[in-house]
Write a protein that binds this ligand. Structure first.
Ligand SMILES: Cc1cc2nc3c(=O)[nH]c(=O)nc-3n(C[C@H](O)[C@H](O)[C@H](O)COP(=O)(O)O)c2cc1C
Length: 196
């Protein structure tokens, strides 16, 4: 792979953002299919590929909003702890959980348990990140959400999903707003080098 390809990968990784406001514009099915295809090229523990995705849009997603919006109540204690002095963030988060930013699509990412939850969650997470990067490279916005896992049972009942564990919900759509760039921590504080 040449340096040109590396530059592209670096840009896609660094420029991907979490989008919480979407345009009223449908997402092409081919793009969604590409996201799923590339998700499935992620590494997985023992190559078990335990992931399972449910892609939801239209009226089904609209009716799921009332279920998903309940999950924010479970998050309130943590939101208040971390963002107590920035009530705007709490209000925006509540709003996002109410309407998913009008995202036309949400992808529910599951695993079929193998008895090794630790590995299964990590494998699905790798697939989700692939999906996010693929979406960004195709001009789509996404947001990785674990908040809805608090109401997993109700979601699964609605979607008719059985014997699977929900890892996250990924909203997908064309972004209506350029999100801010949340700063990253200093590299020096997050790594210890022991290579000599
Ligand atoms: C495991 C995980 C769970 C997340 N859950 C939520 C969520 O429930 N709601 C939400 O609005 N954002 C959620 N996010 C998005 C993060 O808030 C976001 O990635 C972080 O603020 C950095 O911003 P960026 O993605 O634009 O770089 C989650 C991200 C990850 C990786």
């Amino acid at each position: 792979m040449g340096s040109e390809c590396f530059e592209c990968v670096e840009r896609v990784i660094k420029e991907r953002r979490s989008h919480r406001f979407y345009l009223d514009k449908p997402v092409e099915r081919e793009k969604l299919e590409k996201m799923i295809e590339l998700a499935m090229w992620a590494p997985s523990a023992m190559n078990r590929q335990q992931w399972f995705f449910v892609v939801v849009g239209g009226e089904r997603l609209k009716s799921l909003l009332s279920v998903i919006s309940k999950s924010v109540e479970h998050l309130m204690p943590r939101l208040e702890r971390f963002f107590g002095d920035t009530p705007k963030i709490i209000a925006l988060t509540k709003q996002f959980f109410r309407n998913l930013g009008n995202a036309p699509i949400a992808i529910f990412a599951y695993y079929t348990p193998t008895g090794d939850d630790y590995s299964d969650v990590q494998s699905v997470s790798a697939a989700i990140q692939n999906m996010l990067l693929a979406a960004h490279a195709m001009g789509l916005g996404t947001c990785w959400m674990t908040g809805p896992v608090h109401v997993e049972e109700e979601i699964n009942q609605y979607l008719g999903v059985k014997d699977k564990k929900l890892v996250a919900v990924v909203t997908v759509g064309y972004s209506a707003k350029k999100p801010p760039v949340p700063p990253r921590r200093e590299v020096e504080k997050k790594v210890v080098w022991m290579i000599d």
